[in-house]
Design a protein around this ligand. Structure first.
Ligand code: IPE
Ligand code: MG
Length: 229
């Protein structure tokens, strides 16, 4: 979800207005995901790098998050949405962490859509933490490093219980992954939209699904026989 700041600047508004409008786009996106039968949706709401923004903007973003966790989770629960969180949540204050736990516990048994919020998330941090846990288990003699598999590594990521993403979308015209789901995105389809995130709506969502449905995913295999043979 990128482009909140540019959306606001283009309208002569403060950045916070962009984030607020971005939160409305989140609602539209989640609704569209539910209606179209998407089972997993991960939103990159706050990156580990976002801590480097001004204290004012960081506090605006966390306040917005707190507001939505406090007032909007009941609605998601009614819609059978399960909320999950990835990222270094220890960097948030105890109050916000309590809201996160409450949301997770309340919705834990819901099955229509799993909505994963990536907060204070960075893929390299998650992979490093996985490597550290495996290294520790190895020096303790609990595992044999020579027989480690990709699945073993995957099992130590915070995303271990979620499927790899089929499609990753970035708005605002930037064409980068910026430390998002680096391991998990190995075979993801990528879409880059020129719309600013606050302008994102159900028509963009539907167009993304149509575009995705038309892509041929080979996972490195050759599906069509070579006509020359
Ligand atoms: C949304 O947009 C990013 C967050 C959710 C923190 P930005 O705030 O990065 O917007 P730009 O890149 O300045 O336009
Ligand atoms: Mg940005």
């Amino acid at each position: 979800m990128d482009g909140n700041g540019r959306w606001a600047r283009a309208r002569g508004k403060p950045v916070m207005a962009g984030h607020r409008a971005g939160a409305e786009a989140v609602k539209r996106c989640v609704k569209a995901a539910i209606l179209s039968g998407v089972r997993y949706l991960t939103l990159y709401a706050f990156s580990s790098e976002n801590w480097q923004r001004t204290t004012e903007e960081v506090s605006d973003l966390t306040s917005l998050l707190r507001f939505y966790l406090r007032h909007k989770v009941a609605e998601l629960h009614e819609q059978n949405v399960r909320l999950e969180f990835i990222g270094d949540l220890s960097r948030f204050d105890a109050g916000l962490r309590a809201e996160i736990d409450r949301a997770r516990n309340l919705t834990a048994r819901n099955g229509r859509l799993t909505l994963i919020l990536a907060l204070s998330y960075g893929a390299r941090h998650d992979m490093l933490a996985a490597a550290q846990r495996l290294a520790l288990a190895s020096v303790r003699g609990e595992i044999d490093p020579a027989s480690l598999t990709e699945q073993d590594f995957r099992d130590h990521l915070q995303t271990s219980s979620f499927p790899d993403p089929d499609l990753i979308v970035r708005t605002s015209g930037e064409r980068r992954l910026s430390n998002f789901l680096l391991w998990e995105s190995a075979y993801a389809e990528l879409s880059f939209l020129d719309v600013m995130w606050p302008d994102f709506d159900e028509t963009h969502f539907a167009a993304l699904l149509t575009d995705f449905a038309g892509r041929e995913r080979r996972f490195g295999r050759r599906l069509q026989p070579d006509p020359a043979l």
